[in-house]
Ligand binder design. Sequence first.
Ligand SMILES: [Zn+2]
Length: 377
Amino acid sequence: MHAVRAPHAFDGTRFLPGGATVLVDGDHISGVEPFGYDVPHDCPVTSYDGTLLPGLFDNHVHLVADGAVGSLERAPSLTDDDLDRAIEQSLRQQATAGVTTVRDLGDTRYRTLGFRDRQDRGAPRILAAGPPITVPGGHCHFLGGAVSGADEARRAVVERRERGVDVVKVMASGGMVTAGTDVLGVQFSPDELTAVVGAAHALGLRVLAHAHSLAGIRHALDAGVDGIEHFTGLTADGIRVPDDVLERVASADVVLDLTLGFDRLALASMPGPPPQVQQAMERAGMDFESAYTARLAVASRVRERGIRVVAGADSGVGPLKQHGSVVPAVVDLAGSPTSPGHSGPGSPPISSPSPGTWPRTCRACAHPKPSGFVVSP
Ligand SMILES: [Zn+2]
């Protein structure tokens, strides 16, 4: 047994007054005691000037991608060994940032499932979807999950069940990283999307729909999905999420993952969004900052209605979304007034970097910020 002690402790619901001493026995926490607790003589104590908290979940990651521009597109051309090295590196970065569970929503050749089954010591637990189901030439088609027609869509679900996925991911709209896809429209016919959901539910699997467009969100709700990723609400007139859509989400108990948060330091050195996103944003009269502010406003309406949410960063998908960056996703989702992205009075503009506002890892060496420490429950 060993003990970990810190002057601040958060148990997932509340801060424990005066910090805590946490007793760890093998893989399990055997006790949470007051800060000044007298530990047994043979129990070593490690003290940190930081906060103890339960392990974090990043509910939207791409372990096969390393956050470099184009790395998700390049993943299918890697050998199995190189893919596995990429996955290992991603898991290490996530663990270093205090993440103890990741949900992979898009790999290629089902490579993440081997890691899930092996559960390497010290690596985050994995839930995995395998390659997302999409249309030929559609969002992330290069990952290998494209289907045409309802029958192929059903067969794709059965294949994923046989491979042992934890959840089915389907691309209801186009996406930011796939040139030529429609970020304002839908990808599937209603029959096809309903076929995916019906087949998955018949096999006991939940379905998460990627949807940036408002049309895609409505489409996914019509098909009866269990969760919606991004939930951006893009239309030709900007970001619009009408009340009736939020009411449908609430009454169907659909779980949202808004994939908020991004590396504000990296934004300054970015060349700008891909052309199809740039065009859609210009047509709608938006820039990155106004679009993000609109997304935070959607998040606050989601909170007001008590809609169930999870935090996912879309880690690995690009330079703004490195592995280990779920903390800004949690902060923006929670709407903390200290969040640099929070659209409250007096808050700084989101493009101004605020280093040190949240725990971050050094991208070169993945060393954790020294004052933070995370205990896995
Ligand atoms: Zn993603």
